[in-house]
Structure formats: structure tokens, C-alpha cells
Design a protein around this ligand. Structure first.
Ligand code: FPP
Ligand code: MG
Length: 310
């Protein structure tokens, strides 16, 4: 899917799809698990052969959602590394560091356009709209992060909204797309969305903790990267609740090394890391709470032969 006519563009677009640097593949894994959980027989097959053809075609469509989501995710990382002036990603030099900003932006655009072509081939306007909304949310979240006021930077609501846009929207809308493509009811599709949203929020909250507690080699990118860029995440926001004087340190700018050291000192004295982990656990359990419901609802809409009725 990332084959390009121009060799330089091809090698740039493939950069994070190569063996060893493909990352955790968190999103496609979740989506394929969601597909397996929901891939129920939708109508009574005329014969075994037709049933096989049907399930093969459906499986291919669901795999396309996983691939589209991963391409959009990698595209956003290529652009993000340019914006953050990053030098490492996934334990190797970031693409902007190795090949330059211009080719990185173009490689991101290329991946995005490939994702659009595959999305269009699914011929499902609702799914196109969900995935396009997730792309809009990525851009909105990134812009919220880079252009926040002092008030917004210290607000937990603002942080959670930005986190939904930057991380949870793509996985939640993709989970919902999987549900729609398997012909599930609106209720089940909403539960799939809730599952993805809460899983995405939990994932990002833990990622924000790891930025403080992980090492550069375990993360494959620089640690303390958020705070160094003046980005306020949940651990610091909770620390401000315990030590309101930290707010003025944050307002003076965490990108200043003195302020950063002071903020880290406050964080060490606070329960910020622990409370962030607790919030992540809450979202993880909300995500898993959506799954048993999903099974119950799927059963509710099946006829006596076990076929789903919509
Ligand atoms: C990682 O953020 C970045 C994102 C989750 C999304 C970035 C989105 C854009 C740059 C908008 C453009 C979108 C597309 C689809 C081209 P981070 O810096 O917090 O995490 P990091 O530590 O992994 O860099
Ligand atoms: Mg970044």
C-alpha cells in the first residue's frame, strides 16, 4: 500500500513500516481483535462456498480499516516529528532527522492519500466520515496543544479533550467503523466506539506517565519530552491540585530548565503519577465494561438460528 512511483518518496513512506521499527502496532491489533469479536454471520448463507467468499471479502475490508488506521497514525507521527523537531522515534533516527523536514511532510501526505484511496474503495460513506473526522481531530488536538493559553494549559478538561482528539478519536472511530462494516446495530457500534475511546484515553495516560518514569532506551524516544517542550500532562495537572503554587511555575514556562526542575520536584512530592495511573485504570475498566454488553446485545439481535438481525 505504501508503494510509490518515486524511489525517494517510497523509501520515506516505508520508513516506519520496516521490520524492527514497525512499533507496537497497537491500533491494528485492537481493530483486528474487534473484528474477530464482531465478525458474526450476518445472513443465512445459500451454500458453504458463498459463505466462505462472504467472510473472506468482509475480512479483507476489516483488515483495510486496520491498515488505513496505521497509515494515518504513521502519517501523523511523521508530521509530529517535524513540528516537535524530534531526532529519534522507535529507537532510530526520526525521518525528519535522517531525510529532512520536507520529505517527511511529503511522506506523511503520501501515506494520508494512500489511506484515502483505500478508504474510498470500501464504498461506505459513514465509515469515510468517521475516519475523516478522526483525521480532523488529530489536527485539532495537535493545534490545541501548540496554541493553548495559560488557563487552558492548567485545565484537566482541556487536557482530556486534547487527548481524546490526539489519541482516542482515531482508535474509537476505527473501532466503530469495524462494527459498522460487520453490519452491527447502531447500539453495538456505539459500544465499539466507547471501547476504543476509553482504551485510547487509558493508553495515552500511561504514555504520559512513561514520559516521566521511562528511560530513553525503553521508550525509543527522548524521555521527559513533554515537559521539555512545555507540554503539561495529567501527572503535572494532578500535582498542581496538591500544590497550587506549582501553577505559577507552569505559567512561567516548563521549557525553561529551572522551571522544569522545580516542576519535577513538585511532581516527586505529589501523587500525580499514581493518580494518573488510577485514571488510566478507570478508563481501561470502562473499555472492558463495553465488551460484555456488546456480547449481550449481539445475542439480543440474533434470530433462533444464530444470525444477526438488524
Ligand atoms: C504524537 O504526539 C502525535 C500525534 C498523536 C498526532 C499528531 C497530529 C498531527 C501532527 C496532525 C497531522 C495529522 C495527519 C494525519 C497528517 P506527541 O508529540 O505527544 O507524542 P510523541 O512523543 O510520540 O512524539
Ligand atoms: Mg512528538
Amino acid at each position: 500500500m505504501v508503494v510509490a512511483e518515486v524511489p525517494k518518496l517510497a523509501s520515506a513512506a516505508e520508513y516506519f513500516f520496516k521490520m524492527g521499527v514497525e512499533g507496537k502496532r497497537f491500533r491494528p491489533t485492537v481493530l483486528l481483535l474487534m473484528a474477530t469479536a464482531l465478525n458474526v454471520q450476518i445472513s443465512k448463507p445459500a451454500s458453504e462456498g458463498v459463505a466462505d467468499m462472504f467472510s473472506t471479502e468482509l475480512r479483507t475490508r476489516l483488515q483495510s480499516i486496520a491498515e488505513i488506521t496505521e497509515m494515518i497514525h504513521v502519517a501523523s507521527l511523521l508530521h509530529d516529528d517535524v513540528l516537535d523537531d524530534a531526532d529519534t522515534r522507535r529507537g532510530i533516527g526520526s525521518l525528519n532527522f535522517v531525510m529532512g523536514n520536507k520529505i517527511s511532510v511529503l511522506a506523511g501526505d503520501f501515506l494520508l492519500s494512500r489511506a484515502c484511496i483505500t478508504l474510498a474503495s470500501l464504498k461506505n460513506t459513514e465509515v469515510v466520515s468517521l475516519i475523516a473526522t478522526a483525521v480532523e481531530h488529530l489536527v485539532t488536538g495537535e493545534t490545541m496543544q501548540m496554541s493553548s493559553s495559560a488557563e487552558e494549559r492548567s485545565s484537566m478538561d482541556y487536557y482530556l479533550q486534547k487527548t481524546y482528539y490526539k489519541t482516542a478519536s482515531l482508535i474509537s472511530n476505527s473501532c466503530k467503523s469495524i462494527a459498522l462494516l460487520t453490519g452491527q446495530t447502531t447500539e453495538v457500534a456505539l459500544l465499539a466506539y466507547e471501547y476504543g475511546k476509553n482504551l485510547g484515553l487509558a493508553f495515552q495516560l500511561i504514555d504520559d506517565v512513561l514520559d516521566f518514569t521511562g528511560t530513553s532506551s525503553s521508550l525509543g524516544k527522548g524521555s521527559l519530552s513533554d515537559i521539555r517542550h512545555g507540554i503539561v500532562t495529567a501527572p503535572i495537572l494532578y500535582a498542581i491540585e496538591e500544590f497550587p503554587e506549582l501553577r505559577s511555575v507552569v505559567d512561567r514556562g516548563l521549557d525553561n530548565p529551572e522551571n522544569m526542575d522545580l516542576a519535577l520536584e513538585y511532581l516527586g512530592k505529589s501523587h500525580g503519577i499514581q493518580r494518573t495511573r488510577e485514571l488510566a485504570a478507570k478508563h481501561a475498566s470502562l473499555a472492558s465494561a463495553a465488551i460484555p454488553c456488546q456480547r449481550t446485545m449481539t445475542r439480543m439481535f440474533k434470530d433462533p438460528d444464530g444470525h444477526l438481525k438488524n
